[in-house]
Design a protein around this ligand. Structure first.
Ligand code: ZN
Length: 76
């Protein structure tokens, strides 16, 4: 699930902070983010929390993304 995650770089991140970039736009409110230094993956949840991306969250995000795409298709 977490590709190229580096504990050593994560240690650097814990000192200077992660540099998150959006890796996936799930819908208008939710994005998956990835630290471009240590590749730690995080996600925003439907509750507005910022949490580490685990299998459960990525499953939820896949469903939300699917629903969002259907919704946008229906609008067109
Ligand atoms: Zn990092």
């Amino acid at each position: 699930m977490i590709k190229n995650y580096s504990p050593l770089k994560a240690l650097g991140c814990s000192l200077i902070g992660h540099r998150y970039q959006v890796s996936c736009e799930v819908n208008d409110h939710i994005q998956e983010l990835c630290c471009c230094t240590c590749h730690k993956q995080m996600t925003r949840t439907i509750y507005g929390k910022f949490v580490p991306l685990n299998e459960r969250h990525s499953e939820i995000n896949r469903i939300l993304n699917h629903v969002d795409r259907k919704r946008k298709e229906a609008r067109m």
